[in-house]
Design a protein around this ligand. Sequence first.
Ligand code: ASP
Length: 460
Amino acid sequence: MIDIFKGYKGKALEILKQLQVRVWSDALIKTTRGDFSGIILPRSENDDDYHIVLKLKTGYNVGIDVNTITTMKEVGYKEAHYKIPEKEFPTSEDKPNIKLFGTGGTIASRLDYRTGAVIPAFSPGELYGAVPELADICNLKTEKLFAVFSENMGPDQYKKLAVNIGEEIKNGIDGIVIGHGTDTLHHTAAALSYMIQDSPVPIVLVGSQRSSDRPSSDAALNLIHATTAAAYSDIAEVVVCMFGPTSDEYALLHQGTRVRKMHSSYRSTFRTIGDVPIATVTRDKITPIQKNYNKRRKDRKVRILPYFEEKVAMVYYYPNMQPDMIDSLIDNGYKGIVIAGTGLGHVNKPLYPAIRRCREKNIPVFMTVQTLWGYVHMFVYDTGRDLMADGVVPAGNMLPEVAYIKLGWALGQTDDPEEVKKIMLTPVSSDITPREPYNGYLIYQGGIPEVEEFIKKVHK
Ligand code: ASP
């Protein structure tokens, strides 16, 4: 039998002491699972006593089970100070005035060694200390409205953002940037597209996929691109600004109602769906791809419509879904439902009676497609026709999340089903478009050079 080394017994701190390795030291650790080298981080409050957390050279952290350690050696020592220097933001008269609202998310985060978590820590001075290039672009005012990860954003935050942005616009700001977690950035982008109409200036939402303590962080460049777009573009729309390709060549500006987070970790996670992005942005150039966007204006005639009915649900259909899923929404007082249906917009027959109940109770039901690309077409199969006969309304090529947000916004204004239907089907900011561009589906999915490179490899 092979005698497997069982490692050191005891708590992490005792083992560190025993082997004379300090917290913040650059250590070489050999374990039964491989060798690791990196900086030993202080133990976070929530960690157990039996793991050592190591920041690898890549910037990622790993937890090492002390029982797997065979040897450990200190090769250097470097205490890290993660406090970002606060500096007053310089202003000059010849630069556009931009307001940055912070809501939280990774873009406003750095590692907190107390809890070991990435926490929102956003302050205006810190921002300038961290990304001094921002001062070359604009005069920046910042305000932290919230400090949450984006799963905690919701109607109250959407309304507050819309109202605050409206105030800034009325007071003469040249552009708005919103720092936001990426996970639900597209929901907020949709909400603001409805709640802020006829904006005379760009409203640019930005996030980052990697926090600023990681070497591969996209936080600084995304902020530079977003402030550039807010300060100098003539695109007076609600847009999302994030990496275009996986590399840092350029950012894309995506329409707030046509954008979606499509990858859990790529920096180029945001894609325009059903259309092409509005523009590309580099440090010194904004190049429109589309022509039909609202142009920057001098007037201050913005309309703020901060309405939202919270009793709205989005149901992602799956085979064998039971009608009680819909019945429970009705019984719990939901006032509207968006379904993400299969293919051209379908659900199974057992749901039909529950959907009929919705109509009897004046609960509007809108159909969108899980395929994301393409349109709901409910005339093609009997099943679609039956659903329409039962009151389900096809929502064109509106994305499911966008239809959910729009329905909340519509029901926040009226509970008349006909009026709701009219609001839902009246296009706002390209949420429903007459057709998809022929090149939208493939070409702009990551940047042309990348697609070409990929195709070249395939044809080798
Ligand atoms: N969980 C984070 C959030 O959405 C992720 C990010 O900011 O990218 O708030």
